[in-house]
Ligand binder design. Structure first.
Ligand code: APR
Length: 320
């Protein structure tokens, strides 16, 4: 059987990490695409030269022409600019929207049957624009944010409780921005919800509130430390889990930026919600019950994503 073909549109920090992970996990052959000449070729060759040591078989091709992505099964999009200290994800909108237009055209022409995972920020607006620019089915275009935000939340919780990250489940909904909604009620240690752990004396509500805020600021914390760019290891791992769920038809329940057509009372927008990812792409959106406070936070988050989509429409009226 032929290997899967995975196209990485953008071969910067996240793109390079993705390529390395795909090799180590033997998920398929990799095409690294970028506008920077030499970068995708150099990274591809470097990773290919690590394969004999690590013992994986995969082809790595670097390209500056979209024709190289022809027939890709999965496209992971990181093309664009990352933020610098002091910038919000929203500050990237104008620049990255133009990039999404080019990427959308390239994917539409050469990989119209691919499952597309967008990582470029501001995520919810960029994935929305990318779906429209590419015209691919909505089930096959989604955004990576919820897995990352939930993973950050899980890490902080595991650290607080001194338990394995494997036993912490967490839920973060809403847009990938300052208004994201970490849901403590649906987050657990081995099935025990966080509010119960507060009652059991494992932590305090105050500490939990701090962790929720640190999760919201998780991306900015890394940007502040790195100074030259934004996070790349955890974003790459998160996108790989989504690609793997699709390629192996795992039907994993993963939070991702999915197209909503009435679910959660939201129409024609991409917002972070729990989904099932399998061979049909985003096969289902799971609608969970929210209490008044959670709903209010979610609504606020949706409102901020709506503002970004409106800003995109002002720049590119063809988005409709
Ligand atoms: N087409 C293809 N590639 C492009 C384009 C374009 N029009 N414009 C820029 N790029 C490439 C850059 O040349 C660079 O190699 O996108 C790559 C981006 O890589 P980095 O700058 O290293 O950024 P990275 O950390 O990988 O983040 C990429 O993901 O998390 C988000 O906010 C982050 O939007 C950013 C994106």
């Amino acid at each position: 059987m032929a290997r899967n073909k995975i196209a990485l549109i953008g071969s910067g920090m996240i793109g390079g990490t993705l390529a390395h992970m795909i090799g180590l996990k033997e998920l398929g052959d990799v095409v690294l695409f970028d506008i920077a000449e030499g970068v995708p070729q150099g990274k591809g060759l470097d990773i290919a030269e690590s394969a004999p040591v690590d013992g994986f078989d995969a082809n790595f091709t670097g390209a500056n022409d979209y024709s190289a992505i022809e027939g890709a099964d999965v496209c992971i999009v990181t093309a664009g600019v990352p933020r610098k200290p002091g910038m919000s994800r929203d500050d990237l909108l104008g620049t990255n929207l133009k990039v999404m237009e080019q990427v959308g055209a390239g994917i539409a022409k050469y990989a119209p049957n691919a499952f597309v995972i967008c990582i470029t920020n501001p995520l919810d607006a960029m994935v929305w624009a990318l779906q429209k620019f590419s015209g691919l089915p909505k089930s096959h275009v989604c955004g990576m944010a919820g897995v990352l935000d939930s993973s950050r939340f899980r890490h902080f919780l595991a650290d607080e409780f001194d338990v394995s990250v494997e036993d912490v489940t967490a839920f973060v909904l809403g847009g990938h921005g300052d208004t994201m909604v970490p849901l403590t009620r649906y987050s657990t240690v081995a099935g025990i919800p966080l509010p119960d752990l507060v009652k059991m004396g494992w932590t305090t509500q105050g500490k939990l509130d701090e962790i929720v805020q640190r999760t919201r600021d998780g991306g900015a914390e890394i940007v502040g430390l790195l100074k030259t760019g934004s996070a790349f290891y955890a974003p790459a791992s998160s996108a790989i889990s989504m690609a793997e769920a699709y390629l192996k038809d795992k039907k994993r329940v993963l939070p991702c930026a999915a197209y909503l057509n009435g679910e959660y009372g939201v129409k024609d927008m991409y917002v972070g919600v729990p989904t099932v990812i399998g061979k049909g792409g985003v096969e289902r959106v799971i609608e969970i019950d929210m209490n008044g406070d959670e709903q209010a936070q979610f609504d606020k988050s949706v409102e901020s994503v709506q503002g970004l989509c409106d800003a995109c429409r002002n720049i590119a009226p063809q988005l409709g």
